[in-house]
Write a protein that binds this ligand. Sequence first.
Ligand code: ZN
Length: 292
Amino acid sequence: MDYLVRATAAEGQVRAFAVNSTDMVSYAQKVHGTTPVASAALGRLLTGGVMMGSMMKDEGDLLTLQVRSEGPLKGMIVTADSQGHAKGSVTVPTADVPPKYAGKLDVGAAVGPGILQVVRDLGLKEPYSSQVPLQTGEIGDDLTYYFAMSEQVPSAVGLGVLVDTDWSILTAGGFIVQLMPFAEEGTIEKLEQNVGAISSVTDLLQEGYTPEMLLEKVLDGMSLEITDKMPVSFYCGCSKERFAGALEGIQAKDLQEMIDDGEPIEVVCHFCNSKYTFTPDELREILARRNK
Ligand SMILES: [Zn+2]
């Protein structure tokens, strides 16, 4: 069962998040049929996204992470709320690249150069949006860079996804650790030391590290205090009503064309692959609502 923990350390000079996202990434792999390298890329973005979502305060707040890139995956999108729900998709789920070396997926090459856009919709008039160039395409590095450049928050981000030979997800998870503006030099040094001692989050997850254990390792000797624990999951929330609403938003003449074709149309949710069929009669109702 996937869950996320929130924590503080060093008398509040550090805040931290860690998550086990194995089921979430498995679900994404199944609905999108992603190759191992695509699973790792999307899985890391989902894992980072659900932690970043949990940093928001209100129930209606929404976070979107969008990667647009030149590598074979072309791009990815992840949306998360503050309640532990995330969903995501990759533009080319079947894309593949050779491994870096035996057993090491080359996520950076699959993503390639590009940009990361972060949009926070906090229910205000204008969503808050900012974008940074991708640093390595390995996702963890790119989120670290985003926090430093766009939010001026020094952070350490570790994300890992381990894929089995049959493409199923063995384990997924990660952590985000952030320094508060009043962090002391000693705290910064200790954290750098601890983070430097971690070679691979995936290896730790494979050894059976829980989110709590990940934070105990990253914040070793820093008076870690777990403050909160919550379940997380891949959750889309789409419905036929929502798609009907979206259809109301398209051009009247396009709706009319679909009706004139006389055939039911099928729309597919790109986040969860759910399919919804609208008959010509239903399309007529949508057009009538639209013209009100
Ligand atoms: Zn959906």
